[in-house]
Every structure is written in structure tokens, then in C-alpha cells.
Design a protein around this ligand. Structure first.
Ligand code: CU
Length: 161
């Protein structure tokens, strides 16, 4: 995964940028504006590339009723990440984090209410129960910094049976 090297570099770049901004604010160093502009451009391009790299997977369709869904979690994606379900479905989602870092899943209802938010420890597995009471699109994502930008997000489209 050459993508990971890009992301590591990007993370370092962003950290460096924040640190540099802090120093400038404290007036410990003066700004070289062309360098700042160059770094900013690089970050924008890299983020765009990362965002475009996150691909929507083939949708999974769930039958009505109670279902157990196994979801693989890695840096930086959920699999599956596109699901179609019926209103009234009760899902037990088992999240298996195969990555060596902690991730998170936060789920928002079609109305925008947070219906679940849970950290998934490195190499750990957690379960959560989700009642799909509303029709519409439930969005889910990882709330760790920039992870959703890198592709850790997905959706469950809920229709009435
Ligand atoms: Cu994450």
C-alpha cells in the first residue's frame, strides 16, 4: 500500500505546518510567504488525491429483520461501506479492526442525530446494535483526525419495506 506512505508523509507535513504556524504566531520566526503558499498548495493537492482515492464499494443489500453484519476496519476504510437496508432492520454490527491503530465508528441518523459512537481498539473487535428506525441515509465515519477524509466513511440507505 503505497498510499500509506503518502498518508504518513502528509500527517508529518500537517504537523510540521501547525508547528510552524505556532512559531510564526509567537513571532519567533518570520514568514516566507512563497514557501507557505507552496506548502499549502501541496497539502490541498495531497488531500484531494486522498479523497478521490477512497472508492465506494459494491453495495450490500440486507433482508428485513434482525441481521448481523461483520465489518472490517482498516487504515483507512470500512468494508463494506455501502449498504441498503429496510426501515425496522435491527443490525448487530461487529467491527473487526485489523489495523495497529485505534479507529472509531460514529453513525448519524438521516435527521443528523448521532445514534452510535464507539472506539475500536487496535487489533480489537467491538459490537454495536443499531436500530434503523428512520427511512433515509445513515452516514457513518471514523472521528479520528482526517480519517474520514482519507476514506473512513460509508452509508446505509434505508427504505420502507
Ligand atoms: Cu480511523
Amino acid at each position: 500500500m503505497s498510499n500509506r506512505f503518502l498518508l504518513k508523509g502528509l500527517n508529518t507535513g500537517v504537523s510540521f505546518f501547525i508547528l510552524a504556524a505556532f512559531f510564526v504566531r509567537k513571532r519567533w520566526v518570520s514568514i516566507n510567504f512563497s514557501a507557505v503558499r507552496w506548502v499549502a498548495k501541496f497539502i490541498v493537492v495531497a488531500l484531494t488525491v486522498a479523497a478521490c482515492a477512497s472508492t465506494q464499494q459494491k453495495p450490500i443489500t440486507l433482508d428485513p429483520g434482525e441481521k448481523t453484519l461483520i465489518m472490517k476496519v482498516e487504515s483507512f476504510k470500512f468494508e463494506p461501506n455501502v449498504m441498503k437496508a429496510y426501515q425496522g432492520n435491527i443490525l448487530t454490527i461487529k467491527l473487526e479492526n485489523i489495523a495497529g491503530v485505534e479507529h472509531n465508528i460514529t453513525i448519524r441518523s438521516p435527521q443528523g442525530t448521532t445514534v452510535a459512537s464507539m472506539d475500536i481498539p487496535a487489533k480489537g473487535t467491538v459490537s454495536l446494535r443499531l436500530n434503523l428506525a428512520e427511512a433515509g441515509v445513515y452516514h457513518f465515519y471514523c472521528d479520528k483526525p482526517l480519517h474520514s477524509t482519507f476514506g473512513m466513511k460509508g452509508e446505509i440507505e434505508v427504505t420502507s419495506p
